[in-house]
Every structure is written in C-alpha cells, then in structure tokens.
Design a protein around this ligand. Structure first.
Ligand code: HEM
Length: 397
C-alpha cells in the first residue's frame, strides 16, 4: 500500500481511509518521510492518539502543531505563540482567560441567537432552489458566530473567514505569498479591533480579553492578536466542513437520512456525534517528543515529530463496532473529532449548538437534495471538507 499523508492528492476526495486502515492494521505508529523535513511518526489507532493527546509531559504542542516546522526567523511573534502551541502550565494560564466564555451554560445562553442566525442563513437562499452549500450556508454560520462572540459586524466575520480558508490551504495550492498575506490582513484587522475596543469596550470577548490580566499584567497586543487569530481560525472552517461533509454523508446514505427524518429532534444528538466521527474535520494535530518514549512498541526519540490522525482513530475497530458504517444511532460514540486532553476543543459546546441549529433549519425547510456536480475538496492535508458543493434543492412544505 502506498502511504502518503502529506500529498493533498491523498485528501482530494475526503480522508484516505484505505491508507488509514492499512496503517492501523500493519504499522499503527509508522515512520513517514517528509520531503525537505525530518519526517514524523504517523499515529492512527484510537488508543494511541488518545494517549499522545493527553500526555503533555511526553508530547509537547510546541514549537507548532503543524507538520512543517516554522521557518527560522519567519513568523515575527518573538517569544509569543498561540495557546494551541503552548504546554501546561503556560497553556493552562492562557486557556483560563477565555474558558468561562465556552462552558456548556455559556454556550446555551447563545442558543436562541444561533437558531435565529440559522433561520436568517436559510432565508437568504431558500427561494433560489440552488446554492453553493459551503459558501452560502455552512460557512455563514461559524463566521457569524465568531463575529458575534467578538462583538464585530457579521459581514466582517465573513471576510475574516475567507482569510482563514486561505491560511488553511496547502501553500503549494496558493499563489506565492498568499498565506502570509492572509495572516497579515487578519492581524491588520485585529489591530483595528484593539483600537476600537479599547476606545469603546463592549460586552464581548474581544473587550474582555483586552481588559484581563495574566501574571498581573494586561495582554500585549501581539498576545491578543494571536488569540484573535486562533478563535477565528479554529471555529471557522471546522464547523463549516462538518456541516457540508455531514449533509453529503446524509445524501450518500439515504436509509440513515430517512431514519433521522422520522424524529429529527430526538435523533439529532446521536446523529450529530456520528457525523463528527464520520467527517473528522481536523485531520491531524502534531506533537513533539520531549523525551525518549515508547508508543505501541515503537521507540520514539526526543525531538521526533508525532502526528495524531483523528480521522483514522475515529474508524478504529478497536474503539467502534463496524466503524466503516455510518450509524446515526451509534451510542456510545467515543469519537475524538474534538481532540482530548489539555487542548481538547474549547469551542465544542458552541460547535454542537451551531451544528444542531443549522441541521434542523436545513433539513426541515429544504429537501430533494441533488448535486449537479461532484463537490470539490479542500486542497489541504490538515483540514478536511468540501471547498465547494453546488446543491439543488426543493422547499419542504
Ligand atoms: C465541528 C467543529 C470543530 C471541530 C471538529 C474542532 C476540532 C478541534 C480540535 C481537533 C482541536 C485540537 C484538540 C487537541 O489538540 O486535542 C481544537 C482546538 C480548539 N478549538 Fe475546536 N473544533 C471545532 C469548532 C470550534 C469552535 C466553533 C471554536 C470556537 C468558537 C473552536 C475553538 C477551539 C480552540 C480555541 C481550540 C484550542 C484549544 C487549546 O489549545 O486549548 N473550535 N478544535
């Protein structure tokens, strides 16, 4: 079996489940070469991914969670980095600053507003009978929610989200310099937010972040900007890809779709979790070994890159009965689409509310879905989902 988890070709029609199956069965912690880089260990079994993600004393989130190391001198953040790339205790300190905004009760307070946004999004396309599901429906929700959280105009949320998409695209699929330019634009916008929120603080996360303290001092501008980039980045195309990939999965499994529609409110909770397992929008997170350590019989050396493949773990027969089947009634469903351990997705409660609101709105008001052309997938080995998904539909009466 040819294994290539770097080429975006492997992800051009969804995740490479054939390769993942072979790896889990034959070499669950396998060395993977990396042209121009030092190579990495690919981890594909559920139990091993779980272990690596939780053991921050052996596996660090620094210097980066991407496979490719940052270029020397490029980045320009000095000693600063995103919380996603910190380890405890520094990580704990930063996560504490925004944790209370993302608890289940805090997320529930946003539920009615999120439902109203879902209605507004479907209202905008319902009479057209066709749309690009990714851009016009799935992508709208997370960009509006991030904008609301941060106290920004909804239309700005949409612009920021477009920048995120560029940032998550493999550099070779972009014009030279486009990725860096998108990060620079995001920071430019973030700097305007700093000025605006300092002058007129509001009841929003951006204003609260600017007011809060770490080690008895206010956040520096660059620290705020890195939080800003993380939140816009982490909550955007992940949720979008779950919604587009999820609808696609329903269309490809008409029996499951029909079962869901028999009792949408009652069946949505297990269905949503199964769609998360099935689509696993985040393909991987990387760690770096802090010491020599053994994992599933493999000797990992200090400094080695260790890459957790969430989509592979989520189809592991050791963790799931008949993992290759989409089973919307699956319960329990120990998927790790949101990761686990200290970095486990902070936005998961909000994400679930967004997903439910959007699926209810789409599935109760729209039907007769048809794809006039096959969806085009994101050219990325990091985030998985359709880039465009032209869709025809009817209005349900
Ligand atoms: C379907 C939607 C989503 C998926 C699949 C997803 C997945 C993930 C994954 C896999 C991680 C890394 C976990 C790890 O390393 O163990 C993560 C981290 C994170 N996510 Fe999400 N996410 C989603 C939606 C969101 C939303 C809506 C937000 C915010 C509004 C968000 C905010 C974050 C943040 C801030 C982190 C970093 C946490 C940390 O470093 O402590 N995510 N997410």
């Amino acid at each position: 079996m040819k294994i290539d988890l770097l080429s975006t070709d492997s992800f051009a029609a969804g995740q490479p489940h054939d390769q993942f199956r072979w790896l889990r069965d034959n070499a669950p912690v396998r060395w993977h070469d990396e042209p121009g880089g030092k190579g990495f260990w690919a981890v594909t079994r559920h139990a091993d991914v779980w272990e690596v993600d939780r053991d921050f004393q052996a596996y660090s989130s620094g210097p980066t969670i991407m496979i490719t190391d940052p270029l020397e001198g490029v980045g320009g953040f000095g000693d600063h980095k995103m919380m996603l790339m910190m380890d405890p205790p520094e990580h704990t300190q930063f996560r504490k600053l925004i944790r209370s905004e993302f608890t289940l009760p805090a997320a529930r307070l946003r539920q009615e507003r999120i439902k109203a946004l879902a209605r507004q999004i479907v209202d905008a396309v319902i009479d057209k009978g066709e749309c690009d599901f990714v851009a016009e429906i799935a992508g709208e929700m997370p960009s509006f929610v991030i904008a609301e959280l941060m106290g920004l105009p909804l239309t700005d949320g949409r612009e920021l989200y477009k920048l995120t998409e560029v940032i998550h695209t493999a550099p070779e699929a972009l014009p030279p310099g486009a990725g860096g330019a998108a990060v620079a634009k995001m920071f430019e916008y973030g700097s305007r937010v700093i000025a605006e929120k300092r002058a007129r603080p509001g009841d929003d996360l951006a204003s609260r972040l600017l007011a809060c303290e770490v080690d008895g001092r206010k956040l520096e501008d660059v620290e705020f900007l890195l939080f800003f980039l993380l939140l816009v980045d982490a909550g955007g195309d992940t949720t979008r890809n779950l919604l587009s990939g999820g609808l696609l999965a329903l269309m490809e499994h008409p029996d499951q779709y029909a079962w869901l529609m028999e009792d949408l409110p009652g069946r949505l909770p297990t269905a949503r979790e199964e769609l998360l397992r099935w689509t696993s929008p985040v393909i991987y997170m990387r760690r770096t070994a802090l010491k020599d350590v053994e994992l599933a019989g493999q000797q990992i050396r200090e400094g080695d890159k260790v890459v957790m493949y969430f989509g592979a773990a989520n189809r592991d027969p050791a963790a799931f009965d008949r993992p290759e089947m989409l089973d919307l009634s699956r319960d329990p469903n120990p998927h790790i689409a949101f990761g686990t351990g200290p970095h486990g997705c902070l936005g998961q409660h909000i994400a679930r509310i967004e997903i439910d609101a959007m699926l209810v709105e789409v599935l109760t008001r729209m039907g007769g879905f048809e794809l006039p052309a096959p969806p085009e997938w994101l050219p990325s080995n990091f985030i998985s989902g359709p880039k465009t998904m032209p869709l025809r539909f009817n209005q349900r009466s």
